[in-house]
Each structure stands twice: as C-alpha cells, then as structure tokens.
Design a protein around this ligand. Structure first.
Ligand SMILES: [Zn+2]
Ligand SMILES: [Zn+2]
Length: 156
C-alpha cells in the first residue's frame, strides 16, 4: 500500500478545458449500475470514485467558475454535477449532504499507452446497484444491491 498522501490523480473533461486533482486514496471506488448513472452517462455502468471534499481541487485556469456549468439533480438537490461549458461533459459531482466529491475513472489521466495512471491505487472494489444492470459482469468483485458493505451482497 503506497503512502496515501503521495497518491495524486488528475482528471479532465473531454476537451481538457476543465481539470481537477484528487489527493489520497478514495473513500469508495465502484462500478455503478444505478439508473441515474445509466441515464446521465448513456452507459451500461460507470466507474465512480468518491473522495472527501478536502481531497478535491480544480486545477484548470482561474477563475475556475468561468469554464464551469452545473446541474442540480431534481430528485437529489444536494447533488451538484459540474460540467464543462465548452464540451458539455460532466467531470465531477459534489454531494453537500456528505461533503464528498465523485469523479469518474474514465476521465482520469492516461499514460502513452492509454492506461490510467496509478489505476491500481484507485480501481473499483465492487459492483454497486447491480440489480438494475444492463449486462452481467463476470469478474471477482462483489455485486451489491446498493453500496458495498451497506446493502445486500448478491451471489455471482
Ligand atoms: Zn470540456
Ligand atoms: Zn450510480
């Protein structure tokens, strides 16, 4: 296990106008199969990674807000999703109830071969909200009805 203060990951929107940094190990890293993630991202499932608020920082040109837009989820008004004004891609969401940020694995910086840098320190440990999956995933990770360790673990 690396020293957690030395673990830093950076990510960005599609056009790179928005950039952020997360420091330390995540609180949670999972493949999320919930219907909100599916419809927001037009994807079967996504890789969501949660950090305490203190671990997250915008790193693109200041003033940061100038390049950012946001959307508050009507059914979860405590969740603000930040996106790039230029390319429209959402890069992070802030939960004011839990004081946590979520970022997505697919947007983290990659090496010359296209692999996410430092993936082993941040990769998912579970499949969550698995009951609404669009596809079965055959891997060694646990499958949960909700959050890992806080819901029912499904077999397989
Ligand atoms: Zn962008
Ligand atoms: Zn989800």
């Amino acid at each position: 296990m690396p020293n957690m203060l030395s673990v830093v990951h950076s990510g960005r929107c599609f056009c790179k106008a928005i950039r952020y940094r997360v420091t330390g190990l995540p609180i949670l890293s999972a493949y999320c199969h919930c219907t909100l993630c599916q419809t927001f991202n037009a994807a079967a499932f996504i890789c969501t990674i949660h950090f305490p608020a203190s671990a997250f920082a915008w790193t693109h040109a200041e003033p940061h807000d100038e390049a950012l837009d946001f959307f508050d989820v009507p059914t979860k008004p405590w969740k603000r999703r930040w996106r790039c004004k230029q390319c429209g891609v959402t890069v992070a969401s802030y939960n004011s109830r839990s004081n946590k940020w979520s970022v997505w694995g697919g947007q983290l910086d990659r090496d010359a071969e296209g692999k996410i840098i430092g993936w082993d320190t941040i990769k998912p440990t579970a499949h969550i909200f698995y009951e609404t999956r669009m596809i079965d995933v055959q891997d060694e990770l646990g499958k949960w009805t909700g959050y890992e360790g806080q819901s029912e673990r499904l077999s397989g």
